[in-house]
Design a protein around this ligand. Structure first.
Ligand SMILES: [Zn+2]
Length: 338
């Protein structure tokens, strides 16, 4: 799937012009496009060197007794080797696997396969694409293994993104406008006799920014008690909040926000920006978000909140024109510090 799928139907607003910006040449050069992963991370030796350079694996480790670098033993095609000190009584001590405590510990697939899977996950490949484009020698990747590694990557991304959110800045502030809307994701239909309920999601976006915040409403409740903490988590005080007539929002002023009611579905009363242009940004963002979620058939999953987090991770990479493969490595390193 191409990244542009996320925003292809966003109407041209005042911020739309930025989308046409070309990537700086250096950034393009540094992107781990498939040919580059195929070229630079094909052999175990290449993968080990890359892992050492990028802090995924230690190149040297000091003996705790002698404070001198230990030697690496037993490095082979399927083994990252072990650290062992050669001095004096240390010789009889058991060695420490170099994979211990790393992203690669207990991996059941080869290093080139691991990096290939990371590339596929960050590039949002489907299972069949993963199988089709697999260039790594050795046994084929089973569907089970692909699912496993997608889940490992996903966990790292969710964990990393949630931490980032916790320490991240809020949107809005005095004189700023944040549009808020709630929407139900998931088809309301009968599926083998079971009603699929879908998920209520609250979306928040500041005018003039690409930074969208999404929160799943716990248990699909949209009461004041649920909505206000979610808004306070993301939106700074004194922000002007534009939202619809849902009664749960009525108390916003008592939480330090300005409140402007708008009717999202009324074509005669659309959002009007100070410069007179219509800005139905949250609505257009919803269309984009909904289409992504429909396409990937996420509607029935129980982990919907985590899927939103993954979506926001991908969205932020796209907005900042970053390299998803490098960002995934960053997320992995956040957890695994060998
Ligand atoms: Zn020693």
């Amino acid at each position: 799937m191409s990244d542009t799928d996320y925003d292809s139907d966003v109407p041209s607003t005042s911020t739309g012009a930025a989308r046409g910006n070309k990537l700086p040449a250096l950034q393009i050069k540094n992107m781990w496009a498939s040919y580059k992963v195929r070229d630079k991370l094909r052999t175990v030796e290449q993968c080990i060197a890359f892992s050492e350079q990028n802090g995924l694996m230690l190149r040297t480790k000091l003996c705790t007794t002698h404070r001198t670098p230990m030697a690496i033993y037993g490095m082979g095609s399927a083994d990252l080797g072990s650290f062992r000190c050669r001095k004096g009584p240390c010789r009889t001590k058991s060695s420490v696997s170099r994979a211990k405590g790393t992203w690669f510990e207990n991996a059941k697939i080869s290093l080139p396969h691991i990096f290939y899977m990371m590339h596929c996950y960050s590039g949002h490949y489907t299972q069949s694409q993963v199988k089709l484009e697999n260039y790594v020698e050795g046994p084929c990747l089973s569907s089970r293994k692909i699912t496993d590694w997608y889940n490992y990557c996903w966990e790292e991304v969710v964990y990393y993104q949630l931490e980032k959110e916790e320490h991240g800045a809020k949107i809005g502030g005095p004189g700023k406008i944040v549009q808020i809307d709630g929407s139900k994701f998931g088809k309301r239909k009968f599926n083998k006799g079971r009603r699929v309920e879908g998920h209520w999601v609250l979306g928040m976006i500041e005018d003039g920014s690409e930074d969208i915040r999404l929160e799943e409403c716990p248990d699909n409740v949209r009461s004041t008690e649920v909505l206000i903490p979610l808004i306070q988590k993301h939106v700074a005080e004194s922000t002007t909040i534009r939202t619809d007539f849902w009664k749960a929002y009525d108390c916003l002023p008592s939480y330090g926000y300005e409140y402007q009611k708008v009717n999202h579905s009324d074509p005669d009363n659309p959002f009007v920006a100070p410069d007179g242009t219509h800005t139905q940004r949250i609505e257009s963002q919803w269309r984009v978000v909904k289409r992504v979620f429909q396409k990937d058939n996420y509607n029935n999953t129980a982990n919907f909140a985590d899927i939103i987090v993954e979506f926001l991770w991908r969205k932020s990479i796209e907005n900042n024109r970053q390299d998803p493969f490098e960002k995934l490595i960053e997320a992995v390193k956040h957890t695994y510090k060998p």
